[in-house]
Design a protein around this ligand. Structure first.
Ligand code: NAP
Length: 260
């Protein structure tokens, strides 16, 4: 019997085959889950449909998470297709490019709101919408980054957003725990994806982590998927409100210096 046989999962945030959401979706599917995918908007459909077909997904729906109406439609549709939901994956973040260059000090009010809305509030909104479908318990996972805890050059407003996201994981875990719904985060090390690749200095960051992390390498998207499987399956049944670092150990270092 596979770990997620008979379980249903809804994964938000697949943009293409490099997305962390895709690696997670594949791991859940290989473990036996019935996986549905949601993507940001119609322009992504061309890339997401073929991926959904690889999983035989019955559910492939667009959803812009800034729009409450679209969230309602997507969960109504999920109720029709799946009946109940066991797993929700939130792998969504966005900040205006201008707010990722220069000083955090110069973050615009509008840019701050956008980053918080798409990268943080969406977890709250999706969790609330998923709750009625998780009447027999469930597991929710989001993705964060070390820039929530320490200053990372250029991460700026996204660092503030990820800190708020990690706090939201704890508050949601407390709210939903009595319903048997667990809420956790994975703090992933850098992986080259569409949004990460557009981040200034990303290549240097990847190189630096590969040289300095205790495991002397960066991580793969599949490693995020495997840890997601742990947190989202019965293997993680006693874990909630947690942020698990999947970063080759980089976060334990006090002094990062390449060692030859
Ligand atoms: P990705 O493939 O670009 O995924 C980001 C997703 O967020 C995209 O599908 C994007 O769609 C979606 N999104 C943005 N605005 C949205 C909206 N309004 N409504 C719905 N979806 C929206 O990049 P990724 O690296 O896998 O990112 C997934 C998560 O992992 C993010 O939370 C990211 O911060 C986190 N993370 C990534 C890394 C890394 O190094 N890659 C490390 C730690 C944490 P569009 O393409 O249409 O904008």
């Amino acid at each position: 019997m596979r770990l997620l046989e008979g379980k249903t999962a809804l994964v938000f945030g697949v943009a293409n085959k490099h997305s962390l959401a895709w690696a997670i979706a594949q791991c859940l599917w290989e473990a036996g889950a019935d996986v549905g995918l949601s993507y940001a908007g119609d322009k992504l459909e061309r890339r997401v449909r073929p991926l959904a077909d690889e999983l035989g997904a019955r559910f492939v729906e667009p959803c812009d998470v800034t729009d409450d109406g679209q969230i309602e439609v997507v969960f109504d549709r999920a109720a029709q297709v799946f009946g109940h939901l066991d797993i929700l994956v939130h792998a969504i973040a966005y900040a205006e490019r201008d707010d990722l260059n220069g000083l955090y000090l110069d973050t615009s009010r509008a840019g701050f709101h956008t980053a918080m809305d798409i990268s943080v509030y969406s977890l709250v909104a999706l969790s609330r919408a998923a709750r009625p479908l998780m009447s027999r318990g469930g597991a929710i996972l989001t993705l964060t980054y070390y820039g929530a805890e320490k200053v990372i050059p250029h991460y700026n407003v996204m660092g503030a957003a990820k800190a708020a996201l990690e706090a939201s994981v704890r508050y949601l875990a407390a709210d939903l725990g009595p319903d048997g719904i667990r809420v956790n985060a994975i703090s992933a090390g850098p992986v080259k994806t569409l949004s990460a690749g557009a981040f200034m200095g990303f290549r240097d960051m990847l190189h630096h982590v590969g040289e300095c992390a205790p495991l002397r390498r960066s991580i793969s998207a599949t490693e995020v998927g495997k840890s997601a499987l742990y947190l989202l399956s019965d293997l993680g049944s006693g874990v909630t409100g947690e942020t698990l670092h999947v970063d080759a150990g980089y976060h334990i270092l006090g002094l990062t210096r390449p060692t030859g």
